[in-house]
Design a protein around this ligand. Structure first.
Ligand code: GLC
Length: 664
C-alpha cells in the first residue's frame, strides 16, 4: 500500500489504529481479496474523511466512541454489500466518468402517480427504454408521516418502503431489473429533517435526553428569536417562521426547529450520533441498489446564529466525509446535491479549489432552468448568455443535472448582478415573470399559478406544468393549430437545450406528453394548501397511448424528445467533460454556445422567438467550425445560409458540427 506514505503523521497513526481494530472483523466475514480492496480504498480516502470529522466533531465528548461505531458499521456494510453491487463498484471505479457520458438521460416520477406502485414501475421499464432513459429518479418512496407529508419529504421510517408502494424487496427487485436494462436508480435521502412521527422524534417528544439531542429544541423563545433575525422563510404562507411550539414535548413544552413544515423536524448535526445514523441509512439504501442518493435540502443541515443557516462551511465538511465513507463502502453510488442556492454557493456543492472531487458528484442546475423560462418569456437570450459566462468551464468528476420542470416551484433565482449586466432591474424583472407566467401580462402564452406570494415584498414563485407554462393549455383552449404548433415547439426548444448541454438532462414525468396543469389537488384536503400539486398529476396512460401518432400533440412531443435523445447519445461532444463556450450573437433572440472536445466542436444555435430569425454565418468561424457544416438535429442537412446569415425557424434549435466529425 502506498497511499499511507502520503498521509500526515497524525492521519497515519489514526489510520493504523482503526485498521488494526477492524482487520480481524473484516477478515472473518470477507474473502481475502475483498478485504484487500476495502483496505486499499480506506487508505485512499482516509484523510478525506478523517480531517472533516475531526474538524467538525473533534471537541464533542462522545466523538471518539461515535467514530469507532462508524468504522465498525463501514466494515459491516461493506461485508453485507451484495456481490452484484460490489462488481458494479469495481466497474465504476474503472469508469469514473460513467455518469458524465452523453448516454445519461434522466426521468423523474412518483411511483404511485406513474404506475400505482413499485411493481407497476417495474412493468413499465420498456416505456423508459422507448424514450431512451438511463437514469430514473423515483420521488420519495420511504414510509412517510401519515396525513401531510410534503409529498413524502417527511420520512417516518427510512428502512421501510411506503406500504402503499410496496416493500423493500420490491425495491431491490426494481433496482436489479433497472440495472439489467442499463438504468441507474436515484433515491431521495431526506437528511435535513425527519417526520415528527419518526422514532427519534417520538422519543425526543417523550423527553429522552439522548433523542432531544437529535434535534434543535428550545425551552423558550430566546434563541429562536435570535435566529429568526436572519432566517428566511421557506413556506411563508403555509408554515411561517422556522420554529414550532410543541406543548407536550418533554412535559413542559419546547420549541422545535422546523425550517419547512411543522411536521418536519430539523436534525442536529452538531451531534456526531446524528451524522453516524445518517451514514447508516446511506449504507442501507446503497445496499438496496441505489446508484444515486439525492441529498434533499442539503444546504440547511448546519445552523449558525447571525446567518441564513444555509451553505455553512460545516455543510461541505460533512459532505466530504459522507462522500469519502461511501467511496470506501459503495463507490458505485454517487451523491446529488439538491441545493437551490445562488451560483457561487452552488459550485461549492460540486467542489471548488481544495474540495474538487470531494463534494457531491451531481447538483441541480437551477440557474439554467430559471434562465430558460426567463428567456422564453422575454424571447431574449441576453440574460441566459450572461449567466452562461459565469458557469464553470470544466467539471472535473462532477456533472450538473439540467432540467426544465420538476415537482417543485420555479423561484426567480437569477442574481441582481447578472440582471444588471444586461440592463434589467431585478425586482421589476421578477414581477414581470410572475405576471407573465400567471397570464396577467398582455399577450402571455402561459398558464401557471403563484406560489408563496408575499404581499409585503411582492415576492412569489411559480407553479405549473411545463406544457401549460409553455403555452399548450391556452393554445388548446383556442383550438388554433398555429398556436398549438408554437407551444409544442417551445416545449421541444427547452428540452433541446437541457439535452444539448453537458450534464445529465432530467425529464419530469408527463412533460414528454405535454401534460397540462391539474387542479384536482384542490379537492384533496391534504394537498389543497400546496399548489405544487398542480404539476403532480397521475400519469395519463391514454395520452401515452397516442405517443406513436405523429398527428397528435403527444406524438409530436414524445417523438421529438426521442429524436433529441437519440442524437444526443450519438455524439461524444455532449460528454459533460467538454469545454463550454457561450457566445454573444448579433440577434438577441438567438442563443449560441459550443461544446468543445479534442475530437471536435458542437455548436448549439437556438431561436427563442416565435418567428423566423437569422444570425451571422460568422458564428461558425467564431466557434471554430470550418468547411461543410451539418445539423445533427435535421438529419445532417446543412443549415440554410443566405446573405451570409444562418436562418432558424420559429423556436428552432440546431446542433451543428463540421462534416468531418464522426458520430460514435
Ligand atoms: C426539497 C424538495 C421539496 C421539499 C423540501 C423539503 O426542496 O424538493 O419538495 O418540500 O425539500 O423536504
Amino acid at each position: 500500500m502506498h497511499n499511507i506514505l502520503l498521509m500526515s503523521d497524525e492521519a497515519r497513526s489514526a489510520f493504523i489504529a482503526m485498521k488494526s481494530r477492524e482487520e480481524h472483523k473484516l477478515a472473518a466475514c470477507c474473502e481475502p481479496r475483498d478485504a484487500d480492496i476495502f483496505w486499499l480504498r480506506f487508505e485512499r480516502y482516509f484523510e478525506d474523511l478523517y480531517y472533516p470529522l475531526i474538524k467538525v466533531y473533534g471537541d464533542y465528548e462522545d466523538a471518539i466512541e461515535q467514530f469507532r461505531i462508524l468504522f465498525d458499521h463501514m466494515v459491516e456494510a461493506y461485508a453485507a454489500r451484495p456481490q452484484a453491487l460490489r462488481l458494479l463498484d469495481l466497474e465504476r471505479q474503472f469508469t469514473p466518468q460513467w455518469f458524465q457520458q452523453p448516454n445519461m438521460v434522466g426521468y423523474t416520477c412518483y411511483a404511485d402517480l406513474f404506475a400505482d406502485n413499485l411493481n407497476g414501475v417495474r412493468e413499465k421499464i420498456s416505456y423508459f427504454q422507448e424514450l431512451g432513459i438511463t437514469y430514473l429518479h423515483l420521488m420519495p418512496l420511504l414510509e412517510p408521516s401519515p396525513g401531510l407529508s410534503d409529498g413524502g419529504y417527511a420520512v417516518k421510517n427510512y428502512r421501510k418502503v411506503n406500504p402503499e408502494l410496496g416493500t423493500m424487496s420490491d425495491l431491490r427487485q426494481l433496482a436489479n431489473e433497472l440495472h439489467d436494462c442499463g438504468i441507474s436508480l436515484c433515491l431521495d435521502l431526506v437528511l435535513n429533517h425527519t417526520a415528527k412521527e419518526h422514532e427519534w422524534a417520538q422519543r425526543a417528544m417523550a423527553g429522552e435526553e439522548e433523542y432531544l439531542d437529535y434535534y434543535y429544541t428550545f425551552g423558550d423563545r430566546t434563541l429562536p428569536d435570535a435566529y429568526e433575525q436572519t432566517l428566511p422563510e421557506i413556506f411563508p404562507n403555509d408554515a411561517p417562521g422556522n420554529f414550532t411550539w410543541y406543548p407536550q414535548m418533554a412535559s413542559k413544552g419546547r420549541w422545535v426547529w422546523t425550517t419547512f413544515n411543522e411536521f418536519q423536524w430539523d436534525l442536529n448535526y452538531t451531534n456526531p450520533t446524528v451524522f453516524r445514523e445518517m451514514v447508516d441509512l446511506m449504507f442501507f439504501l446503497a445496499n438496496q441498489g441505489a446508484d444515486v442518493l439525492r441529498f434533499d435540502a442539503i444546504p440547511f443541515i448546519w445552523k449558525r446564529l447571525g446567518t441564513n443557516c444555509q451553505n455553512q462551511p460545516e455543510v461541505f465538511q460533512l459532505i466530504q466525509a459522507f462522500r469519502a465513507i461511501m467511496r470506501v463502502v459503495a463507490p458505485g453510488m454517487i451523491l446529488k446535491a439538491e441545493a437551490i442556492v445562488p451560483p457561487d454557493a452552488l459550485l461549492q456543492y460540486l467542489g471548488v479549489k481544495s474540495t474538487v472531487e470531494k463534494q457531491c458528484e451531481l447538483a441541480y442546475n437551477n440557474q439554467l432552468m430559471v434562465v430558460l423560462w426567463s428567456s422564453l418569456a422575454t424571447r431574449n437570450v441576453s440574460l441566459m448568455t450572461q449567466v452562461f459566462h459565469d458557469l464553470p468551464r470544466t467539471m472535473i468528476g462532477c456533472a450538473f443535472i439540467n432540467y426544465v420542470g420538476n415537482h417543485d416551484d420555479i423561484g426567480w433565482a437569477m442574481t441582481d448582478e447578472a440582471l444588471a449586466a444586461v440592463g434589467e432591474n431585478g425586482f421589476l424583472h421578477r414581477q414581470f415573470l410572475n405576471q407573465f407566467y400567471t397570464d396577467t401580462y398582455p399577450d402571455s402564452f402561459a398558464k401557471g399559478t403563484l406560489f408563496q406570494f408575499n404581499p409585503e415584498t411582492k415576492d412569489a414563485r411559480i407553479t405549473g406544468t411545463t406544457a401549460s407554462l409553455a403555452g399548450l393549455e391556452k393554445a388548446l383552449a383556442t383550438g388554433d393549430s398555429n398556436k398549438i404548433d408554437l407551444a409544442v415547439r417551445r416545449i421541444l426548444l427547452l428540452h433541446s437545450i437541457i439535452l444539448g448541454f453537458g450534464g445529465i438532462p432530467l425529464i419530469y414525468m408527463g412533460d414528454e406528453l405535454g401534460v397540462l396543469n391539474d387542479f384536482s389537488y384542490l379537492s384533496d384536503p391534504l394537498k389543497a394548501g400546496d399548489s405544487r400539486w398542480i404539476a403532480r398529476s397521475p400519469m395519463d396512460w391514454s395520452k401515452a397511448a397516442k405517443r406513436h401518432d405523429p398527428n397528435t400533440v403527444e406524438g409530436k412531443i414524445f417523438q421529438g424528445l426521442v429524436h433529441l435523445i437519440k442524437v444526443r447519445k450519438s455524439t461524444s461532444l455532449l460528454h459533460c467533460f467538454s469545454y463550454f463556450q457561450p457566445m454573444w450573437t448579433d440577434n438577441e433572440h438567438i442563443l449560441a454556445y459550443c461544446q468543445k472536445r479534442a475530437e471536435g466542436t458542437l455548436m448549439v444555435l437556438a431561436n427563442f422567438q416565435s418567428t423566423e430569425q437569422s444570425v451571422t454565418a460568422k458564428m461558425l468561424e467564431y466557434g471554430g467550425l470550418i468547411g461543410k457544416i451539418r445539423n445533427l438535429l435535421a438529419n445532417n442537412v446543412s443549415p440554410i445560409i443566405a446573405n451570409e446569415r444562418i436562418y432558424l425557424q420559429a423556436y428552432e434549435t440546431m446542433w451543428l458540427v463540421s462534416d468531418e466529425f464522426t458520430l460514435f
